[in-house]
Ligand binder design. Sequence first.
Ligand code: NAD
Length: 354
Amino acid sequence: MRILVTGGAGFIGSALVRYLVTDVGAEVLTVDKLTYAGNLNSLRAVESASNHRFLQADICDAAAMNEAFESFRPDRVMHLAAESHVDRSITGAADFIETNVIGTFTLLEAARRYWSALPSEQKDAFRFLHVSTDEVYGSLGDDGLFEEVTPYDPSSPYSASKAASDHLATAWQRTYGLPVVISNCSNNYGPYHFPEKLIPLIILNALDRKPLPIYGTGANVRDWLYVDDHAKALHLIASRGRVGEKYNVGGRNERRNVDVVKRICQILDQLRPDGTPHEQLIQYVTDRPGHDARYAIDATKLETELDWRAEENFDTGIEKTVQWYLENEWWWRPLRDGVYSGQRLGTLETTDED
Ligand SMILES: NC(=O)c1ccc[n+]([C@@H]2O[C@H](COP(=O)([O-])OP(=O)(O)OC[C@H]3O[C@@H](n4cnc5c(N)ncnc54)[C@H](O)[C@@H]3O)[C@@H](O)[C@H]2O)c1
């Protein structure tokens, strides 16, 4: 099995590549532009594996994508490359439209060109898995869950760009017959998570005894999914998911942001006690504009049709995650000292520096 993975140097992509190369034994080509969020250190575990190679390329570059398809000749594409941080999309939407919309279009076209010329047996077996987010569905009230049939209602430039890319992927299946499957997953967490996202930011700020920022009152609810559970779900969906279908992926682990932060503080109080409880570092800050109140996934289709279950619950997953950051300063310290040191992103307030 030859799998082309885009965005494989990112958080979820690297978990997927490590899983495909080490556990599944697939031949993998990782295609990644290496933006600020891409990191070859996340692929260190597979760097000398004979069944993995890496190509630094932009998915918006049609010639590079055509060349990647022609030379690698994949049986399957798993498309994860994206601009992924909501806060950055608020102050800089252009990169999100470029990569998430134009990039997905470019990749779909390269895949279609290559797939059209395949012999019929390989053509039938070919799959293009488009990896998306539950944020395309907008925000839930206190009750209810996102299902595959929930109408799209994105709030942020990020989720709007992902929604656009989902529609393109669906259209390429319906119009051209490209064998596309789509997955929409909830918030991931786990090792190798770039420190701008809530969970690693809180862990690393707490270790540095810096303020722990919580947007608004911290009542926003997210449905947390351990990244290795997601990687396994993606492989399953790409292998056995039905063409033209969508699959929601979620761990049935809803938590309020404030409770996530407090849990991390409690774990650090045990693992790295330093006299004062880490909770004292919590600071409530101005909310994110357009902040969705609640996301929660109904994963029944994935569970019943493909027999998938999350192996980690939030309590086991968050302990593993905190432990990983404590043991892997080599990975995160250069990021904290370099590309991102924990400053607030995505605020619309102007400052003296603007
Ligand atoms: N993180 C989550 O909780 C979450 C939840 C649901 C869905 N998703 C989706 O999963 C996918 C992966 O998310 P992630 O959290 O790993 O993101 P990430 O930001 O950690 O990684 C994205 C990767 O894509 C690469 N990339 C960006 N622009 C590119 C371009 N133009 N060409 C080639 N490579 C490019 C980056 O270098 C990086 O390695 C995304 O499509 C995202 O929308 C993420």
